[in-house]
Design a protein around this ligand. Structure first.
Ligand SMILES: [Zn+2]
Length: 865
């Protein structure tokens, strides 16, 4: 099905701008006043009018139009009047005489505000080392906020060339999408910075940043200078991003087979930033934690985050910027593809990070949402641009990247790459749709791509493959996986590329099969010792093994790849949540993993134990802590407290992860004691503690901490030397368990002490902790209006995910009551998803209560072999 063809004409009437004229070039001059938080602007837009018009409609929001005129081809200037339509975020320019068909120049003068909502043209503030406040003006336009900066045809298909000039105080710098073409004096103490023409591109990719900024030395990648920008004093934190940035830029040029489409590449760290980063062509903006990092003191996870985001944004320079989705329904392809490419590039940069194994965690998170009745297809109709805001979620990024990876593995890496090259070559400087990519991949592979892919893209949900013994082999069938009983799930079918690996007679059988409407019998030369379905772990489906197969697998864990062990745990726990596996059976299975060495598998194990912890009554907490210590203890003991020579990064990070689990979820007093003394040593000598262990120590000290630790952490948060240090101490504040300290942290989510980009996530952390969720929920109920006003939309939405941790029938009723009486709009199906996740947890609690109580009361033991 080609969705676009069906609904495109419909929208032109409702939400889209008239197609009677189109812009081809914007000459924009902007003069921001950072002190007054305002700006003045003038633009001249080259327009092509198809049929004579007496009015011109384009997008504008929160702008005041001073004047508007059209200079028609023959030279006459027609003055117009402007009528703003605030609701539709448009301005209607009315002219006394018709504008004839032809090429004309539209000139508009306007003023606007530098807002504090982190969108459009906004201001960001920071304090320097001496405590003095400074302001930066920055932009964030995706999806539809360019119209808050200058009147424009704010739709991705209406590409144009942009030539910007920024008039700014002498002492500041301005950065935009292209190189500076020239600087000229512009009145007392001011200069006009003119930028070179951009390529033809969409409005949402335009960027302006003005402030007191420092740049790294440029790194040349072929003809392209790559720089990192930051506020003064942080230039020493730019090296790592430059390294991955230079690698990725070069790697993508080779992969895509096309040169980088810009004339330079700047990456800028903005102190206040709503998303993680934004792929403005040639001027990528980031939140500080996603770009600036001190390699010597950051943990593996913190460095991986920077590498991921940098690679992701640079991947967009081609996929998104050079070739752009026709309309917002295509945003999934943009984001899924950049996520997929980010992983390919980071995996090529640091193979030892085993990035595709770690991606299992993200894939599982997407499956968590996509297993809900309230999920959605990856691609769906977006009528109003506003509807695409809720598209920036796990299903777009992680499910999207997962199904692309599944397809890539199905076609082979080279064939997939050739298809991508074909797609970019065909559509560069233009726009395209999902079907265009399938077409190109189909041309490269000579396979019917839409047949395989449509079920994964245009339908909600995903399958669970059921594997059972049959004769000497196995039988595979499937249905839709859902956590709650769902009508019709039994009969839903996909086309699933399945890989089966079996151990047979001391050898292996590795079989790819395409599972469709009919069940499949996989014959093997002899009855297998064990079988893995979804071998290699790339499939976006779960596997439910019949008990005899599961038993054999659990006895052969060392023969499985880490991603296969991860999937085993992730799938079995999902089945337990869905009521298809008793919780005690799942907990028994976790006892098989005492010698586990992969940190992703541990992420799944610890995550499931934390879930159980939220579902049990307070009086069983001690028993669960005992179980956590049993499961985690020996693996940690095996690693020891100190890094060993020859260890790789992943082992060091695993030490940190296990330590944190022991000291917080396991509430192990000995670990807490030793962590406190090790942290005390760190205060004397910062080199005394491994960077992968330090974040765990901070979390543990907080969990067992009192007033003095709280004061210290608060100070360290405020005077942090790196963005990562700031984040560690900030989120540690949510880990203190004393009621008075919880109250203090709650207040910080609304009193301005914490940036609005971070406060919603701090609140989310308070909501999900069993120690603070009660008071945190009361606080949200009392302050939600303030939060709605202060927090950026995307983060506000994420905060409410915390309600999924309020696991009790009474809380569930209270949460539903809260939302139904307030009409809080979170976009898309977000709210319904949170409510369903809460319902699933409460059902799990009710169903498993007595079995869990009995299981946890017994002393934990190692499994019988
Ligand atoms: Zn992206």
């Amino acid at each position: 099905m080609s969705a676009a063809a069906r609904w495109y004409p419909l929208f032109a009437m409702d939400y889209r701008l008239p197609t009677t004229l189109a812009p081809s070039r914007y000459d924009i001059r902007l003069e921001p006043d950072l002190e007054a938080a305002t700006f003045a602007g003038e633009e001249t837009i080259a327009i092509t009018v198809a049929v004579s018009v007496s009015e011109i409609v384009l997008n504008a929001a929160e702008l005041t139009i001073q004047s508007a005129s059209v200079q028609v081809t023959d030279g006459a200037v027609v003055q117009g009047s402007a009528a703003l339509e605030a609701e539709d975020e448009r301005v209607r320019l009315l002219f006394p005489s018709p504008i004839p068909a032809g090429e004309h120049r539209l000139t508009i003068a306007f003023t606007g505000i530098l807002n504090d909502r982190l969108r459009g043209f906004y201001r960001s503030t920071y304090k320097d080392a001496a405590g003095a406040s400074h302001t930066i003006a920055a932009t964030q336009f995706e999806a539809t906020d360019a119209r808050r900066c200058f009147p424009c045809w704010d739709e991705p298909a209406l590409k144009a060339v942009f030539a910007a000039t920024l008039v700014i105080p002498e002492g500041l710098v301005a950065v935009s999408n292209t190189r500076v073409a020239g600087e000229t004096p512009a009145g007392p103490g001011k200069k006009a910075v003119a930028f070179a023409d951009t390529i033809r591109m969409s409005t949402y990719l335009v960027a302006f940043v003005v402030g007191e900024l420092e740049a790294s030395e440029p790194v040349m990648v072929g003809p392209t200078p790559l720089r990192v920008w930051c506020v003064p004093g942080k230039r020493h934190l730019t090296r790592f991003a430059l390294d991955i940035g230079a690698f990725a830029l070069d790697w993508f040029e080779r992969y895509y087979g096309l040169p980088y489409p810009g004339d330079k590449l700047d990456m800028l760290a903005i102190p206040d930033f709503a998303a993680g980063a934004m792929e403005n062509l040639g001027a990528i903006t980031y939140r500080e934690t996603a770009l600036l990092v001190d390699e010597a003191t950051a943990s593996h996870v913190e460095r991986e985050r920077v590498a991921d985001v940098v690679a992701h944004e640079i991947a967009h320079m081609w996929f998104g910027d050079l070739v752009t989705m026709l309309w917002w329904n295509g945003i999934w392809l943009n984001e899924a593809f950049a996520t997929f490419m980010e992983l390919l590039a980071v995996d090529a940069w640091k193979p030892e990070w085993k990035r595709w194994t770690t991606f299992g965690v993200s894939r599982a998170a997407a499956m968590g949402v996509d297993g809900l009745q309230n999920t959605r297809p990856i691609e769906f109709e977006v009528r109003h641009p506003r509807d695409c805001e809720a598209m920036f979620d796990l299903l777009t990024y992680e499910k999207g990247a997962s199904v692309l990876r599944m397809l890539e593995q199905h076609l082979s890496g080279e064939v997939f790459r050739d298809g991508v090259r074909l797609y970019l070559e065909r559509h560069r400087f233009g726009n395209a749709e999902t079907t265009d990519l399938w077409k190109a991949l189909g041309d490269a592979s000579h396979l019917p791509i839409p047949e395989v892919m449509n079920g994964w893209i245009f339908r909600p949900g995903y399958p669970v493959v059921i594997a059972s013994p049959e004769g000497g082999g196995i039988k595979l069938s499937h249905r839709r996986f859902t956590y709650l009983p769902t009508e019709g799930a039994e009969t839903e079918r996909w086309l699933i590329p399945v890989r089966v690996r079996a151990s047979v007679k001391r050898g292996f059988v590795d079989k790819p099969v395409l599972l469709g409407t009919e069940d499949i019998s996989v014959t093997l030369p002899a009855p297998p010792d064990w079988v893995v379905v979804n071998a290699g772990g790339h499939g976006f489906y779960r596997v439910q093994y019949a008990p005899p197969l599961l038993k054999k697998m659990a006895g052969a864990l060392k023969k499985l790849a880490p991603i296969e062990r991860f999937n085993l745990i992730s799938d079995c726990f999902a089945l337990a949540q869905a009521g298809a596996m008793p919780a005690p059976d799942y907990l028994d299975l976790t006892a098989r993993f005492l010698e586990e060495t992969d940190r992703n598998v541990w992420t799944a194990l610890i995550g499931s134990l934390a879930y159980v912890n939220r579902a049990i009554p307070d009086e069983q907490r001690g028993d669960l802590e005992t179980l956590v210590r049993h499961r985690v203890g020996s693996a940690f003991e095996h690693l020891g407290w100190e890094p060993q020579p020859g260890e790789d990064e992943l082992e060091r990070q695993l030490r940190g992860d296990l330590l944190r689990a022991l000291g917080t979820l396991g509430n192990d007093t000995e670990t807490q004691e030793r962590s406190r003394s090790l942290y005390a040593r760190y205060r004397e000598d910062e080199t005394a503690v491994d960077p992968d262990v330090l974040p765990a120590l901070i979390a543990i000290v907080a969990a067992a901490g009192a007033d003095s630790e709280y004061e210290e952490f608060l100070q360290r948060f405020k005077s942090a030397r790196t963005p990562q240090e700031e984040q560690r101490y900030l989120y540690a504040l949510a880990g203190f368990r004393q009621p008075e300290l919880i109250r203090r942290t709650l207040e910080k989510t609304t009193n301005g002490e914490v940036r609005s980009q971070d406060a919603p996530f701090l609140m989310r952390a308070l909501l999900v902790s069993v120690h603070s969720r009660g008071p945190a929920w009361e606080y949200v109920k009392a302050n939600w209006e303030t939060m709605a006003r202060q927090y950026p939309g995307s983060a506000y939405r994420r905060m409410y995910e915390g309600v999924t941790a309020l696991v009790s029938p009474e809380s569930e009723r209270d949460v539903r009551e809260f939302f139904s009486s307030r009409k809080i709009v979170l976009g898309g199906k977000t709210l319904e998803q949170y409510l369903e996740q809460l319902q699933i947890a409460v059902r799990f609690q009710e169903r498993e209560a007595s079995a869990l109580a009995g299981y946890l009361a017994k002393p934990p033991r190692a499994p019988r072999r």
